[in-house]
Design a binder for this molecule. Structure first.
Ligand code: FE2
Length: 250
């Protein structure tokens, strides 16, 4: 699959009915790589020519080639979490660049792996990439230090929120009660028009909005923590399989 431009910021030509908007300072492109349908994202800052790779894994050559094609220099690596399928290309990117690695402090502690001088963040931090500002959100549940990265009205969600699904909470460091709180915060605190960019291609469509997820994502239908925990831990994987489709709210 070729690179998929996903940023709404790519729309630089206003239509007749639309007021002229300044072009987005960044562009997000996705590559679907590896045997687990991972999405690896390249965020390019237009003004500086700097780029960040989110969760480099699998065929890193394809990511490096995309950056070369776009004429951007990879200066940063953003990790949503430390699972193998999201980090197995970190070394390869570091061998090809002088990129700075960013992850949350609680994820570094959970991971326990030596990384050469990573930048450790807390939720609420902002990572500058040229003129692009990337907000760091701490979204525990899948792992203790899972992160989502917010750029304008776009949200890179890792294995926290999938299109019509959410990350498992039964692996080491998973916590379904934290996932319940995390998903409620995302749904309540961020604009409904927010476009999500998940860590895996588990649905027919590759992106969605929070509004669409509020309606069709079964994990956002719960108002009771215990019921959510039961569904996430014991029921969901027996009832649903990829590609995930919308589930009407009860
Ligand atoms: Fe994961």
């Amino acid at each position: 699959m070729g690179p998929r431009p996903v940023a709404t910021g790519n729309r630089e030509v206003p239509t007749m009915s639309e007021p002229r908007q300044p072009p987005s300072p960044y562009r997000i492109e996705a590559l679907e790589l590896g045997p687990m349908e991972n999405f690896v994202y390249l965020i390019s800052d237009r003004a500086s020519g700097r780029a960040a790779v989110v969760d480099p894994a699998w065929e890193v050559d394809r990511v490096l080639a995309l950056a070369r094609d776009r004429g951007v220099r990879i200066t940063d690596i953003l990790l949503t979490h430390s699972h193998h399928d999201h980090i197995n290309g970190v070394e390869a990117v570091l061998n090809a660049s002088d990129a700075q690695v960013h992850l949350l402090k609680p994820e570094a502690q959970f991971w326990g792996r030596y990384l050469d001088l990573p930048t450790l963040h807390h939720g609420g931090d902002v990572i500058p990439l040229g003129e692009t500002e990337i907000q760091v959100l701490h979204t525990p549940g899948h792992t203790p230090g899972s992160a989502c990265y917010q750029l304008g009205q776009e949200l890179i969600t890792g294995d926290t929120l999938f299109v019509f699904g959410c990350g498992r909470c039964d692996l080491a460091g998973g916590d379904p009660e934290q996932m319940y709180d995390t998903l409620r915060h995302l749904a309540q605190d961020l604009p409904a028009e927010t476009v999500i960019h998940p860590g895996h291609h588990y649905a027919e469509q590759e992106t969605s909005t929070l509004a669409e997820q509020q309606t069709g994502n079964p994990f956002l239908h719960f108002h009771d923590r215990a019921a959510f925990v039961r569904y996430r831990m014991h029921e969901h994987d027996r009832l649903r399989h990829t590609p995930y489709r919308p589930v009407p709210a009860p």
